[in-house]
Design a protein around this ligand. Structure first.
Ligand SMILES: [Fe+2]
Length: 261
């Protein structure tokens, strides 16, 4: 197994592994690389949906998206390129934070990728937290925030009133590494607990801008047959839509995580 970091803040490319055939000790090694680098890329994988699900299930139970899923494989969402105007994913976020137990990881398998563009960008939220002043760290340590899928429901033409929502700490402690990470995102965070939305927005807007500074970011440029997994407990991500109408077809799934603490 060769491990090559692909950017300073996060991310490693793992070569020489067939994820269909790994034993427990290799899995442990991969998980520790995952916790360290936060984003792993496994190039040149030949995966059926069952193979991708089996690899992901080594981390736990698959969790379904509330509004999307393949008919034959409801745990898998097929991301397609619907043209930029219909693209609903142009924002920095951690996946499904509106769940009480949001997914600890998201895993994507590329079936068809553009010749250039369509990267996924990531931002390391441990670095973002570490760079805050001690004063703002202490303030954030004591805050919780309300996350909601209401905006997402509207985009899928579902009822916002029935959309899931959850309350999480603004700084979460990683259940495996013990590291602290900022855990808010513009897509789903509504306000701080016990604060009005208007009161929350000033500090939230500061944190949104801070959390995606260039020095926390890394990007993955996709090739067909890449398998990529990221740690929603410690990174934000952004699907960059700069590939116009060139096809981009990816199978996505999520693995349930712990209640953030
Ligand atoms: Fe996402």
């Amino acid at each position: 197994m060769q491990v090559k970091r692909f950017s300073a803040p996060l991310g490693a490319r793992i070569e020489g592994v067939d994820v269909r055939a790994i034993n427990d000790s290799v899995w442990k090694e991969i998980n520790s690389l995952f916790c360290e680098h936060k984003v792993l890329v496994f190039p040149d994988q030949e995966l059926k949906p069952e193979d991708q699900m089996a690899f992901a299930q080594k981390w736990g139970t698959l969790v379904r998206h509330p509004y999307a899923g393949l008919k034959s494989y409801p745990d898998i969402i097929e991301l397609k390129n619907p043209g930029k105007r219909k693209d609903i994913n142009q924002h920095w976020h951690s996946d499904m934070t509106y769940n009480t137990r949001p997914p600890k990881l998201t895993m994507l398998y590329a079936l068809e990728t553009p010749t250039i563009g369509g990267d996924t960008a990531f931002a390391n939220q441990v670095l973002a937290y570490d760079d805050l002043s001690a004063g703002l760290q202490h303030t954030c340590d004591d805050l919780a925030a309300i996350h909601s899928a209401a905006g997402l429901a509207a985009m899928y033409r579902e009822s916002p009133a029935e959309a899931p929502s959850a309350e999480h700490p603004v700084v979460r402690v990683h259940d495996e590494t013990g590291k602290r990470a900022l855990y808010v995102c513009k897509a789903f965070t509504q306000r701080f607990r016990d604060w009005s939305r208007q009161e929350s927005l000033g500090l939230l807007d500061y944190l949104y801008a801070h959390s995606i500074r260039p020095e926390y970011q890394g990007r993955h440029q996709w090739s067909n047959n890449d398998l990529v997994m990221w740690d929603n407990r410690s990174v934000l991500h952004f699907a960059v839509h700069d590939h116009a109408d060139e096809p981009r077809r990816i199978h996505r799934l999520q693995v349930e995580g712990p209640v953030p603490g």
